[in-house]
Design a protein around this ligand. Structure first.
Ligand code: FMN
Ligand code: SF4
Length: 461
């Protein structure tokens, strides 16, 4: 397999992009065969969404394209808020053109009247690359009449949640709405107001929900290549249920944290070695987290294939293939506390069991981690884990439930040890892997995160 999404040298001009094997050929093919056949090609390729859920992309496109109503929108999700993940920024740094080409094809396929790319305002380098690529595409005439709007969003984790992302595009804070984007799309009034939709800047039409397609940056980056080379080429890589490649990020207790493109189905152990240069000599892997959204992967599962079905077979999830590695010196109580704190701070509070429950779970994990915990703390955590998802609007509450429960199940002896001996045996805490940069084998984490308060203000004192 030769990598096709991550070039060895960055592509920095439209002409350079057109000179690549597939540059510009995907959009030309889509225009030649038309929207319905374009969706068929993507469906036949078996491409699945790289934003974390792995939903079949062709089926998603067909669902949005089939909906009635004059207004449909496309949103490209580049928020990349998952701790331990840097792949969308790596793609934008090395080849933003393939992302723009994929987005033009997707908009054409579903008949979108408007297209939006959302990335964090703090991703300055990627914002510049993306803006340049969009302008060059428009000037080239490839999409002279298509409008691509770039939205610079907030740093909050929920900005990446698709229902919250639509709120941000509409100028509001990142608070997830109730219904998914294909049911309650951009600029549509809320269902409780009678589903009146507003074609952006024009008069509202009754009964329109403006179905909106949301796809991740990496998902769309694949699209032009698939159109240009055909679905069979794509299916020649990866596994039958997870075709193609995946851009994996490997950080944590590894020699050289990095991002790399691997074939789907590669064993996790091999991905840790190939992308992150493995753990330090003399150390072994104790646990791997795929972001904070999935159950922990323990050392006995390191040969799991990196694929959607592979991770499902060990009752975890591949997420966006951002792997946070812990070696045998790490404390799992500390890891659970950090990740739970992240989720509780980032919870928006629209669903009280999520905000209050994740806050309580975090506080009791901190007691245990700091050596003041008792069996009562475990009991309180267990109680909240049952209720934290009650009435949840979005998946964040489920992430808290799954991640914390999995660590309790996998490492009960570490919790017992902390409570019995009233101390944490680990030599040092790990940083919270919220990445702000990753280059030359060096990961830079957002230290300011520790100052963030539950109401999303910062304690600068
Ligand atoms: C709390 C939360 C945060 C998320 N953050 C991101 C993100 O940063 N980037 C992303 O692409 N998807 C994120 N997602 C998933 C999106 O909601 C959505 O499923 C995805 O963008 C769909 O694209 P895909 O079908 O191409 O995977 C997040 C989901 C949740 C629940
Ligand atoms: S589940 Fe949590 S993060 Fe999601 S909308 Fe409800 S309170 Fe907010």
């Amino acid at each position: 397999m030769s990598p096709f999404l991550l070039p060895s040298e960055p592509i920095t001009s439209f002409d350079q992009y057109l000179a690549t094997e597939t540059g510009g050929k995907g959009v030309a093919k889509a225009q030649r065969i038309g929207p319905a056949a374009t969706i068929e090609v993507i469906t036949a390729s078996g491409l699945r969404g790289r934003g974390g859920g792995g939903f079949p992309t062709g089926r998603k496109w067909a669902g949005v394209a089939a909906q009635a109503g004059p207004q449909r929108y496309l949103v490209c999700n580049g928020a990349e808020g998952e701790p331990g993940t840097f792949k969308d920024r790596a793609l934008l740094r090395t080849n933003p053109y393939q992302v723009v080409e994929g987005l033009i094809i997707a908009a054409f396929a579903v008949g979108a009247t408007g297209a939006y790319v959302c990335i964090k305002g703090s991703f300055e380098e990627e914002l510049d690359a993306l803006t340049r690529a969009v302008q060059e595409f428009q000037l080239s005439g490839v999409c002279a009449e298509c409008t691509v709007n770039i939205v610079a969003g907030p740093d909050e984790y929920l900005f990446g949640e698709e229902k919250a992302m639509l709120e941000v595009i509409e100028g509001k804070p990142p608070l997830p709405r109730w219904f998914p984007p294909y049911e309650h799309g951009l600029f549509a009034s809320s269902p409780q107001e009678g589903w009146e939709a507003s074609p952006h800047g024009r008069t509202r039409g009754a009964g329109e929900s403006n179905p909106t397609l949301v796809n991740n940056i990496e998902t769309l980056a694949n699209v032009g290549h698939i159109l240009a080379r055909g679905p069979e080429w794509f299916r020649s890589m990866g596994t039958p249920d997870s075709p193609g490649t995946i851009i994996a990020t490997v950080v944590g207790d590894v020699v050289a944290p990095d991002v790399g493109e691997v074939e789907m189905g590669t064993p996790l152990r091999a991905v840790i070695d190939a992308v992150g240069s493995g753990v330090a000599p003399g150390r072994s892997v104790k646990a791997v987290f795929s972001g904070v959204a999935n159950p922990v992967v323990t050392a006995d599962h390191l040969d799991v294939p990196v694929s959607y079905e592979g991770f499902a077979s060990i009752s975890s999830g591949m997420g966006s293939a951002g792997f946070i590695v812990y070696d045998d010196t790490a404390c799992m109580v500390d890891a659970a506390y950090r990740f739970s704190r992240f989720l509780s701070i980032e919870s928006c509070g629209q669903c009280p069991p999520c905000k209050i429950g994740s806050g309580e779970i975090t506080a009791h994990l901190e007691n245990i981690q700091s050596g003041t915990g008792t069996d009562h703390d475990i009991a309180v955590i267990g109680g909240w884990l049952e209720r934290v998802t009650d009435g949840n609007r979005c998946f964040l509450a489920v992430e808290e439930q799954q991640m914390v429960s999995s660590v309790l199940r996998a490492f009960p002896e570490e919790f017992a040890d902390h409570i019995e001996n009233q101390r944490c045996p680990a030599s040092e805490s790990r940083p919270m892997p919220k990445l702000i940069d990753l280059r030359d084998g060096q990961a830079t984490y957002d230290q300011r995160f520790w100052k963030k308060r539950p109401d999303w203000t910062y304690d600068e004192g």
